[in-house]
Design a protein. Sequence first.
Length: 347
Amino acid sequence: MTIVSRTSDLIGDTPLYELARTGTGTRLLLKLDHLNPTGSCKVRMARQIIDEAEQAGHLKAGGEIIEPTSGNTGCGLALIALERGYRFTAVVDHHAAQDKLRMLAALGAELVFVDSPPGGGVASVRRRAVASRLATERDAFHPDQHNHSGNGNGYSSLAGELLDELGGVDVLVAAIGTGGSLCGTVRALRAHGARTRSVAVEPAGSIIFDGAPDVYHQTGAGSPAGFPVGRNVVHELIDESHQVADADAFACARVLARRNGMLVGGTTGGAVHVALRRLLDYPSGSTVVVLCNDTGEKYLESVFNVDWLRARDVYDEPAHRRVDRWLSAYADSVQVAQRDLRRRASA
Ligand SMILES: Cc1ncc(COP(=O)(O)O)c(C=O)c1O
């Protein structure tokens, strides 16, 4: 075991978890990146953005960083800022998960709230405008994660870990928002010669892949109507895109908690839902990896609270049973395949 003295030294080297396997030998693995400090993969890119800003001379000693955030990017920036002596201001809105806002405050971030109607569409547009104005007024560094190169670059370490552990990844599935985690990881995997198929999952109602705009409650992923999609969504790097309804994404996260004791957030639930749906479509023996964006502990008052779900009409009991049945069916098919193998070996 290595002893570290900075919290950010604990970023990366997150474990892999086998969630399902088909009778044809395809494995569904979860990359448990929610086990990073701050409970999210986004801390990888927060560190990279600050590294790049320091190298480019955009951050002076004791300077300020200002970014609009639904929480995870902010928590990552707050951590790196406090370690390096910068002030961090997060521009947030009241639709953010309360636990994320509390975590930002606990990490010493200043919170600036913008108001908006329910649904978050206008909120994220306003957050961005306010952050940009404040940064100009205060002569602060404004990373703009939707367009900053450090966002995608921050995931080359993740690609390296996958290659070290697995040798290669056939399919990478991830929820998409800024695009940094999926596109950054896939770009780095391919740069090392991997022939990885990339699968982006956005909430139904998000417009990244030209779907019809609507309200959705999966925070962090997707882009609402009126929000300009940034440069870190690199369409040429994305092979498949899928939409997932809030009810399915949340049911999947909840079944993973109940069945496996694995607490992940709603957008990870959505990505796992798509991977389970698609698993048999990939060639036998495929290694399919789902990136876990953040921990379910950030959503105990929302995704894991039936009253919160019912109030938003996104609680769907049959959706829970469906996910449970898929996981049981994969477990059964592995047993059948293993029995067949044993029979053939003893014949
Ligand atoms: C919970 C959650 N899921 C998914 C995403 C999307 O990740 P990316 O912005 O790298 O596309 C984010 C981004 O903030 C997030 O916080």
